[in-house]
Design a protein around this ligand. Sequence first.
Ligand SMILES: C[S@@+](CC[C@H](N)C(=O)[O-])C[C@H]1O[C@@H](n2cnc3c(N)ncnc32)[C@H](O)[C@@H]1O
Length: 276
Amino acid sequence: MCAAPTSDFDIELSLLLDELLARYGFDFRDYARSSLRRRAMNAMRAERLETLGELRDLIVRDEAAVERLLLALTVNVTSMFRDPEVYRGIGESLVPTLRAYPFTRIWHAGCSSGEEVYSMAILLHEAGLYDRCRIYATDLNEAVLRRAREAVYPLDEVMARSEDYQLAGGTAKLSDYHTSSYGYAIMHRWLRKNIVFAHHNLVTDGSFNEFHVIFCRNVMIYFNRRLQDRVHRLLFDSLRRFGTLIVGLKESLVYTPHEHEYEAIDARLKLFRRRS
Ligand SMILES: C[S@@+](CC[C@H](N)C(=O)[O-])C[C@H]1O[C@@H](n2cnc3c(N)ncnc32)[C@H](O)[C@@H]1O
């Protein structure tokens, strides 16, 4: 059972989460409760149901509803060159280090529909490093992973990021990286060739490689302290010595289990290097 339900709605929410875990293995019990309440309520309304009990019944008999529920319970907002100053910082502070490695493994944990991943691929390409990199991009959500693999985005959304691309230090044009067709931007195939998109759940799955760079941006912000600690241990264990961890601008390593085993490359941009 989930901890400390405080109302009928919370009890129903706990039962829903227990069902999701027992039947499908997705564990949301340590997600931040207030946002989860709001999101469960939205999911219930979107399915035109009156109670969370009905939503629970629905996921028992309809697997397609589970995918919709996962999407509703998570926040999938992302964009190309989101927080462009971070990419500029990566170009200035991290890329010189990466040049010293013969090969670089990068993990985007919680990659959503892939825009963050393609942004990094573009940055690496412009630095002349893409062919020496393998990018692993993972998410809990199959629906967003499908979009990431397809790499087809609404053209207006991509075009709206042209300025961020320039602010990030882009040296060409964002439109050089896609073709346009019927209102969609189709990212070039060569940009996808060193990227592996895969399912990975930060709550329940373990480490699967040792990385030089890990992005986990705007993911843990939706977790409670206990789950944040678990994920920080996983990320630390997945990072090689002197590897770089990049978290979201609103996230922090303060009071996390390995806080003192990192040093800031750029504290404002949330770029951290594992000390040893
Ligand atoms: C707000 S998006 C962040 C996307 C990207 N990192 C960025 O900053 O633009 C959060 C992503 O984390 C994923 N996520 C949430 N819980 C997860 C978990 N337990 N394991 C893996 N991914 C998870 C969600 O599915 C969502 O795609």
